[in-house]
Design a binder for this molecule. Structure first.
Ligand code: ZN
Ligand code: ZN
Length: 248
């Protein structure tokens, strides 16, 4: 669970115009930039733009390294704030350096873009979003009897789910949340590693096979699990009892 996907995607054919200058731009993104699907979104934007580099969470920011033609990198950075996921609240982008590099050859290690493992040795000044209400796509899955997450109360994705209340420390990685106890099943792992899936790098990913389960307890012990727990709680509320809900 703690090893991150290091998937490489080949970039489209590059403009190798000898007059073009290739650069490496290193920048830090500040604000509410973790737990909002920012890295997967930037991954898609960068690969679509045919640039290379990597992105990673640090304790305090998200660091983005881009390589490509100077004008392409500049255009990308200018457009980036307008193309972020809805819950990202960017407070600023600090460009740390722009250095010339030799033109990367296609199919070398330089081609492609990666989401790297988080770095934890920087000061912790991160803004973590509050828990996000279930999105319409997850809600549709939970209500679809043919979906593998049918009636799964812990369906989440990069656009929804718990954030602040499950995080024990930064950066926002599954290993730093209460989800760390739940080993992903192969299907969830596939979704987590698939750039075209909306659960690509969704740190709270889970399903009925591998995620948390509902439990209903009275004082004294567990009395029901799964959907039965939900029905038991509903029955208690219907007869006037008070039910407390505890998260994970
Ligand atoms: Zn969702
Ligand atoms: Zn699963």
């Amino acid at each position: 669970m703690e090893s991150r996907s290091r998937r490489r995607v080949s970039s489209p054919e590059r403009n190798t115009d000898p007059d073009g200058t290739f650069v490496r731009c290193t920048a830090e993104m500040m604000g509410v930039v973790q737990g909002v699907g920012l890295r997967p979104a930037v991954y898609r934007l960068v690969t679509r733009a045919g640039l290379s580099g990597h992105i990673l969470n640090t304790s305090g920011t998200v660091r983005l390294v881009l390589e490509g033609l100077r004008q392409d990198v500049a255009a990308f950075m200018e457009d980036l704030p307008r193309n972020l996921p809805p819950f990202a609240a960017l407070e600023g982008i600090r460009v740390l350096s722009i250095v010339p590099i030799s033109p990367p050859a296609v199919s070398t290690d330089r081609s492609g873009f990666e989401i790297l493992s988080s770095e934890t040795n920087s000061p912790s000044e991160i803004c973590i979003p509050p828990d996000l209400a279930i999105c319409s796509a997850c809600r549709a899955e939970v209500l679809d009897s043919s979906n593998r997450r049918f009636a799964h109360p812990f369906a989440t994705c990069t656009a929804c789910g718990p954030r602040y209340t499950i995080l024990s420390r930064t950066p926002y990685d599954r290993a730093n949340t209460s989800m760390r106890r739940f080993e992903m099943c192969p299907e969830c792992r596939e979704e987590y590693a698939n750039p075209s899936d909306r659960r690509f790098h969704a740190e709270t990913i889970a399903c009925p096979n591998c995620g948390p389960q509902l439990k209903f307890r009275r004082s004294g012990g567990c009395e029901a699990a799964g959907l039965e727990a939900l029905f038991a709680a509903r029955a208690e509320i219907a007869r006037g009892a008070i039910v407390a809900v505890k998260g994970i």
